[in-house]
Design a protein around this ligand. Structure first.
Ligand code: GAL
Length: 399
């Protein structure tokens, strides 16, 4: 009896020690999540959605990859070819995601190989819920399986949407896919497309590399149309988010509409200049194969792209606003500054930046370079003014 109770006491003690050890293990502080080391400058590329929506197929993608190279866009820094929603048709008996066999007969691995053979990188889209916004299968419950599949196809970039997620918690949902991508063993840029609903700038910086700050953009200068935002509307929504952006983690004011036909050339120049000064991802969203020379000139402006890609990675702030006339500015590596003078009004008007707006002494003389005419302008002391066309910008670099 004595022996038995001693044995029982021993067992109980062991059980207690085991439970205590498990508890200690479970509650041990986790090391802070590290970023994946990718996207040290804002990602640049092309995405199917803004122009093609669901009418995509492998010919459209191959053509975009070809034109990215032949148009000089690759040389200008564009890298990712991203297939947005509607490439999926279902899951097979093992739960593996299947690409639409009619639209993508050669399969995703072959398409990825083609994109890579052009010296470009391959991006794909999925959704954190059961269904994507286009009602295709999402990744919920298949995160690790899908990440492994993407890795086996050679995927380099995943845009992860937020449709049909109901009561899911955004942070932990995106953490799951972030972990799954890392576990796949392939470096994959992770684009959080949660539309800014739960302020992803507060939690996204070590989970993903970029996060959408708003609902969708549409090809319009001003106003809002149900859940869609115009360029000026999105611009206003970036105020206050500056401090959250930096190398490896960017605010994403959505993809470019440059060249989609509903805005003027002047407005597209403004859209592009503003996205660059905001250190936004530059994802072209037009039909590259049919773009006009004007549009190509905008998308391949290397002086403007250099501002977007500045290694310091500081997003511009609105440093002055006088009614329709605004100034956006950001510091650059090496001590220079990029400045966008914006005129939202219906008539041409002068816009001025003062050194005071930049917290610089007014006695300072600075060199001025116009990033659209690619010419050095006369130096300026204390302020710089320029006549800015209606809905237009003047974009300069001050050194
Ligand atoms: C939206 C997303 C768009 C596009 C679309 C596809 O939620 O914001 O950029 O991906 O879904 O259905």
């Amino acid at each position: 009896m004595k022996r038995i109770s001693g044995f029982l006491i021993g067992l109980l003690a062991l059980g207690f020690m085991h439970a205590a050890a498990v508890k200690a293990e479970g509650s041990a502080p986790q090391p802070p999540r590290q970023s994946n080391g990718l996207a040290l400058t804002p990602p640049m590329g092309w995405n199917t959605w803004n122009k093609f929506g669901c009418t995509i197929n492998e010919t459209v993608i191959r053509q975009a990859a070809d034109t990215m190279v032949s148009s000089g866009m690759k040389d200008a820094g564009y890298e990712y070819i991203v297939i947005d929603d509607c490439w999926q048709s279902g899951r097979d008996a093992k739960g593996q995601i299947v690409a639409d066999p009619e639209r993508f007969p050669a399969g995703m691995k072959a398409l990825g190989d083609y994109i890579h053979s052009r010296g470009l990188k391959f991006g794909i889209y999925s959704d954190a819920g059961k269904l994507t916004c286009g009602k295709r299968p999402g990744s919920l419950g298949h995160e690790y399986q899908d990440a492994r599949t993407y890795a086996s196809w050679g995927v380099d970039y995943l845009k992860y949407d937020w449709c049909s997620t109901y009561s899911q918690d955004a942070k932990s949902t995106y953490e799951t896919m972030s972990d799954a991508l890392r576990a796949s063993g392939r470096p994959i840029v992770f684009s959080i497309c949660e539309w800014g609903l739960s302020k992803p700038w507060l939690w996204g910086n070590t989970i993903g590399n970029l996060w959408r700050t708003t609902d969708d953009i549409y090809d319009h200068w001003q106003g809002r149309h149900s859940y869609e935002h115009s360029v000026m509307d999105i611009l206003d929504l970036q105020v206050g988010l500056e401090s959250y952006a930096g190398p490896g983690h960017w605010n994403d004011p959505d993809m470019l509409e440059v060249g989609n036909g509903k805005m003027t050339i002047e407005e597209y120049k403004s859209h592009f200049s503003l996205w660059a000064v905001l250190a936004a991802p530059l994802m072209a969203g037009n039909d590259l194969a049919t773009m006009t020379p004007d549009i190509k000139t905008i998308l391949t402006n290397k002086d403007v792209i250099a501002i977007d890609q500045d290694p310091l990675g500081v997003q511009a702030s609105r440093v002055a606003k006088h009614g329709d006339y605004e100034v956006w500015a950001r510091p650059l590596k090496g001590g220079g500054r990029a400045v966008v003078l914006l005129n939202r009004s219906k008539a041409s008007h002068p816009v001025t930046i003062t050194w005071d707006d930049l917290h610089l002494p007014s006695s300072l003389s600075l060199k001025v370079r116009d990033l659209w005419t690619h010419k050095d302008l006369p130096g300026a002391k204390g302020s710089f003014s320029a006549e800015v066309p209606s809905h237009g910008v003047v974009m300069v670099r001050l050194d």
